[in-house]
Design a protein around this ligand. Structure first.
Ligand SMILES: Cc1ncc(COP(=O)(O)O)c(C=O)c1O
Length: 437
């Protein structure tokens, strides 16, 4: 079914270390040797692979980037217009200031904004600002925040520091050993760990970095504890809204929980897949960006700003987050109902637009691989996560859930007959990110 893709990916692995630029797009994580891997075109919620097969995409929405859907007509029109008017010049584009105004309007606590192009990169900028502003170096963190040295250095102290935060056993090779001991991990909703870090490292803290919400809702006690620690120690509370932003409301998710950080970082959703990231924050911290050196030619390019303006305007006009939540809830409810009907133990978690499930059986990874294979046979891209897009319609969800119901029944039969491995036409999927947030 996907002959061209398999040959191309084999070649890619020879000339591109790791095969792809983003771990989450590796086909081995979904369905080794069978996943379509490459797309020829993508529109709405559908993709066409290199062999001309069309699939309904019920996976992770461009890994969280295409919240409106693939090739959104309004965003793409704005981008094309920006290109026609010149996407790069020696002067700055006016959209830069317009995007800053829009972010500050949506987040009244923030007074200044900077921009870059990728989530992890923007987090690095936020950390640099926090370290410059406080003169401190220690960072308390929870969850995943990118690939840069400051983050990966968590694994220098002891190899397992990132276990449960990113990939178990992740190797920090290439990260200077001089960064050892600067990262202090804590778990989501764990007040005790936050307080312990405060006692041990309070005066040395530069920042606390976390997502305001991800797999579960934050408790008020947890949010109060991180805010209190930042206030008492004078460090910078940074909310990573790269994936949580613009999913449950029109702005950072923190607005819903009534807690104000000192800096917030956005990427992915804000520009519907065009590279763009924003760092917003209080003037007293953001101004420190001038006391260090944070600067790049590509951050001035016009397409990212034009895409962001068009995306954020559409979010507001169409009440996109409401749709994302409704579609996400429908999918999650379907998982639970169809698994229960098939007598297949399954746990669903995550906020509604960023849902996830896991089979609660021995050999769960084999079973999830078989689920993906059987859904692919039905023309649907599906894994254990579903990120809703504005382009996902009720008809898409109904088609997906009808297939899911059938497949769950077949999976149950395969578990009972111990034939899961036998039914797989290729290797079992590798397990990737196991974020424990
Ligand atoms: C919470 C969070 N922070 C940072 C990143 C890194 O963003 P990027 O892949 O754009 O560098 C991601 C990406 O998955 C993320 O989910």
């Amino acid at each position: 079914m996907t002959g061209k893709a398999q040959a191309l990916y084999r070649r890619a692995r020879e000339i591109i270390p790791g095969g792809t630029q983003l771990l989450s797009k590796r086909p081995e994580l979904m369905l080794p040797e069978q996943w379509p891997t490459y797309y020829r075109s993508a529109k709405g919620a559908e993709v066409v692979d290199l062999d001309g097969n069309t699939f309904l995409d019920m996976t992770a929405a461009g890994i969280g980037a295409t919240v409106l859907g693939f090739a959104d007509p309004d965003v793409d029109a704005a981008v094309k217009a920006a290109i026609d008017q010149g996407s790069m010049a020696t002067l700055n584009c006016e959209e830069e200031v317009q995007v800053a105004e829009l972010f500050l309007e949506l987040h009244p606590w923030a007074e200044m904004a900077r921009f870059s192009r990728a989530g992890g990169e923007a987090l690095s900028i936020a950390i640099r600002i926090a370290r410059a502003a406080t003169g401190n170096e220690v960072v308390a963190f929870c969850g995943y925040h990118g690939w840069h040295d400051w983050y990966l250095s968590a694994n220098l102290a002891e190899d397992s520091a990132l276990d449960g935060h990113l990939l178990a056993g992740l190797k920090p090779k290439g990260v200077p050993r001089g960064l050892t001991g600067l990262m202090q991990p804590f778990h989501f909703n764990n007040v005790e760990e936050v307080e312990r870090i405060g006692k041990e490292f309070g005066p040395r803290l530069a920042a606390i970095v976390m997502e305001p919400v991800r797999s579960s809702e934050p408790t008020p006690a947890f949010l109060n504890a991180v805010r209190k620690l930042a206030d008492q120690s004078g460090c910078v509370l940074i909310f990573d809204e790269v994936t949580s932003g613009f999913r449950i409301n029109n702005g950072g998710a923190h607005l819903v929980y009534g807690i104000e950080p000192d800096l917030a970082v956005f990427a992915k959703a804000i520009s519907n897949g065009f590279p763009m990231a924003a760092i917003i924050g209080r003037k007293k911290f953001m101004d420190s960006a001038q006391d260090t050196f944070i600067s790049s030619t590509s951050w001035t390019e016009r397409v990212g700003f034009a895409a962001t303006l068009a995306t954020l305007r559409k979010f507001r006009e169409r009440d996109v987050s409401k749709h994302l939540q409704r579609i996400g809830r429908k999918v999650m409810t379907g998982w639970r109902e169809h698994a229960a009907a098939a007598n297949l133990p399954l746990e669903a978690s995550g906020i509604s637009p960023l849902g996830h499930f896991s089979f609660q059986v021995d050999g769960a990874q084999e079973l999830r691989t078989l689920f993906t294979q059987m859904m692919l046979d039905r023309g649907i891209l599906a894994g254990s996560s579903f990120y809703s897009m504005y382009a996902h319609t009720d008809e898409h969800v109904d088609r997906y859930l009808t297939a899911t119901r059938e497949v769950f029944l077949e999976l149950k039969k395969a578990v009972d007959n111990s034939s899961v491995r036998q039914l797989l036409r290729g290797p079992v999927a590798h397990s990737g990110f196991s974020r424990l947030t």
